[in-house]
Design a protein around this ligand. Structure first.
Ligand SMILES: [Cu+2]
Length: 354
């Protein structure tokens, strides 16, 4: 016979489990031990050696990307999702929730398929903003635990050292990982969108900029997202300052119609640590003021064709999104809603940041 207290205890257990009482703690890359770094890196290399998953089913099929390469790896498949969904996950309300979800799905894949036993690390780029080129992130050439340094500019900016010096990528064409330090990435771009074209990229992701984001925009989800993601914001600047794959530049092997942009930026393993940091800043903002917790606002349609329309809809135009909006997973993972990931210790998530 089930006593009342047994029912109560059982209920309490389920309640506790579903409500994330023991969240994973995401830590900064340089606080990880050498073994922990090697474990993350070897799991990534393992994903890049697993075969293509035929379940990959592009949803958007934009005409500015190449088609699926069935000879690619499982890592390439995950990159391809970001290429396919590019226009619905950037400059729309999905930017923050999709990338939060994407980092978690990636971590799950590292664990389930490749023996990763940690939690997603982040790169605190604010700490390196004063001198990104000389950052310790890019000075660890250990072939097992080091991220490697800057690319060789006489060899298509391919990274010549560290654990990813032979990291094989399939999109937009076969190449190995590239990094090309670019301090002023905005010169020559549309000056109505990039209004400060000579700005140094690292000026936009300093600690004082992070503080401005975390402590500002109280109750203003749109304002927070746009400051982070908008033109010359911290998110894009980190992508651009690393250039190469993270900057979405086309490799020399690419077809002539290759379109540079955010699409294949997940080729760069640092992508995941960059987006964990973007997520951390969002998390810090969400927890900085109760008016920020759980709020969401944004449209579903990218509106970046000109400055006038962008000014009205910087995080997407109608139809508007809600916490119930479903995020596409291209057949690779189970689909989730925005509401499933709005809180890192509820829904399908259970982690905090150190
Ligand atoms: Cu992205």
């Amino acid at each position: 016979m089930l006593t009342l207290s047994a029912v109560f205890l059982f209920g309490l257990f389920c309640f506790a489990h579903a409500n994330c009482t023991n969240p994973a703690v995401r830590r900064e890359w340089r606080t990880l031990s050498t073994d922990e770094r090697a474990n993350w890196i070897s799991a990534i290399q393992c994903l890049s050696e697993l075969p293509h998953d035929p379940a990959l089913t592009p949803y958007v099929n934009p005409d500015d990307i190449v088609s699926v390469n069935a000879s690619g790896s499982y890592y390439d498949d995950i990159v391809y999702m970001h290429m396919d969904l590019n226009h619905i996950i950037h400059f729309t309300g999905l930017f923050l929730p999709f990338h939060r979800w994407y980092v978690q799905m990636y971590e799950n894949a590292l664990k389930e398929k490749c023996g990763f036993n940690g939690t997603s690390p982040y790169w605190n780029w604010a700490a390196d903003a004063p001198d990104v080129y000389e950052s310790t992130m890019f000075q660890d050439f250990n072939p097992v635990s080091g991220l490697g340094g800057w690319g060789n500019l006489s060899d298509d900016a391919q990274v010549p050292n560290g654990a990813f010096s032979d990291f094989q990528l399939s999109y937009p064409s076969y190449h190995t990982l590239r990094r090309n330090f670019t301090l002023q990435p905005y010169i020559g771009l549309d000056p109505t969108l990039f209004t400060n074209p000579y700005e140094d990229a690292n000026a936009t992701f300093t600690q004082s900029e992070v503080d401005k984001m975390v402590n500002g925009f109280v109750g203003d989800y749109k304002g927070f997202q746009v400051y982070m993601e908008g033109f010359e914001g911290a998110h894009g600047s980190v992508h651009e300052i690393l250039g190469g794959d993270l900057g979405g530049t086309c490799p020399s092997t690419a077809p002539a119609n290759c379109t540079p942009g955010p699409t294949f930026s997940a080729n760069e393993p640092i992508f995941w640590m960059h987006h964990a940091m973007v997520d951390k800043v969002w998390y810090d903002w969400q927890t900085a003021n109760s008016a920020n917790a759980g709020i969401f606002y944004g449209g579903s349609v990218q509106m970046i064709d000109n400055a006038t329309i962008y000014a009205e809809y910087p995080n997407g135009g109608p139809p508007m999104l809600s916490l119930d909006s479903v995020m596409h997973a291209d057949g690779m993972f189970e689909e989730s809603t925005v509401g499933d990931v709005i809180n890192t210790t509820a829904g399908i998530l259970c982690y905090i940041y150190e």
